[in-house]
Design a protein around this ligand. Structure first.
Ligand code: ZN
Length: 270
């Protein structure tokens, strides 16, 4: 599933490829699942004929700003934005000389239409927590989000707390900070919460440099693969030696997902 890093990589690519172009037509081939708060005719009426001013990101959402109206897209499990058509095209944005195709094999993708001035009031965006790569990401704000008895890994994945983190980068950040994924969030010492606070943007920055992670369907709009999977410390490395201490990386299932950690570097008992 594309996380913050992949969505940000796509955003940067779209900025180079299609920002400044005028939308000539829009076609939705999968209305039932994709369109969450609008019809195709509303989309056409509000967006065609307008220039794409900018593409922004909030958490894992992409926001296409056409001036008065914006189109908001969440790729969910398998969504991809490509400059070439692929097998499961659900949406086509026709910018005349260029077309952008939304390909989504599993049909979990979500599209919203909003007046640009009302974006902050749009329900899925309104509920998002702090952005780890923004100025609002401060140690104080981060610690506030961890004032809970739930497991730290679960808190990191909660989009209302930290926006954009998914399973891959949450696992890698916890390893970097040497914190067991099942630790109770409010049991972290000041040193531990500071380490985790610093580890998150560090891991995201490294992953951005590698163009994201391609272990599933993720591609950039140009069809390129990310390379961060080559740098994983723990994610999907169960049974292999820890890069730091050579102990065997463990996998546990909890909260419906897999957590990967080094039992020596990230002990549970403190
Ligand atoms: Zn280790």
């Amino acid at each position: 599933m594309p996380e913050l890093v992949e969505v940000e990589t796509i955003r940067r690519s779209l900025e180079r490829e299609i920002v400044g172009l005028t939308l000539q037509d829009i076609d939705v081939k999968e209305r039932v699942h994709l369109l969450k708060n609008c019809s195709l005719s509303q989309l056409k009426r509000c967006l065609t004929g307008w220039q794409l001013m900018t593409v922004m990101r909030r958490g894992k959402y992409l926001i296409f700003d056409f001036g008065r109206y914006s189109m908001i897209l969440h790729l969910r499990m398998s969504g991809r934005l490509l400059l070439q058509p692929a097998r499961h095209t659900r949406l086509v944005l026709d910018f005349d000389e260029k077309k952008l195709f939304f390909d989504d094999a599993r049909r979990f993708g979500m599209l919203y239409l909003s007046e640009s001035s009302q974006l902050e009031e749009l329900k899925p965006l309104k509920e998002l927590g702090i952005e780890p790569l923004s100025l609002g990401y401060t140690l104080g704000a981060f610690r506030q989000k961890l004032r809970t008895r739930e497991e730290i890994k679960r808190s990191l994945l909660d989009q209302r707390k930290i926006a954009g983190l998914g399973n891959i980068y949450a696992n890698e950040a916890l390893f970097e900070a040497r914190i067991h994924p099942k630790r109770q969030a409010n049991s972290l010492s000041p040193q531990e919460s500071r380490r985790l606070f610093q580890a998150i943007p560090l891991i995201l920055g490294r992953a951005l440099e590698a163009g994201g992670t391609s272990i599933d369907s993720y591609r950039t709009p140009q069809g390129e693969l990310g390379r961060f999977q080559e740098d994983f410390s723990v994610y999907e490395r169960a049974g292999r030696p820890c890069r730091r201490c050579l102990a065997s990386v463990k996998r546990i299932a909890h909260g419906g997902r897999s957590s990967y950690f080094c039992p020596k570097c990230q002990p549970l008992g403190m």
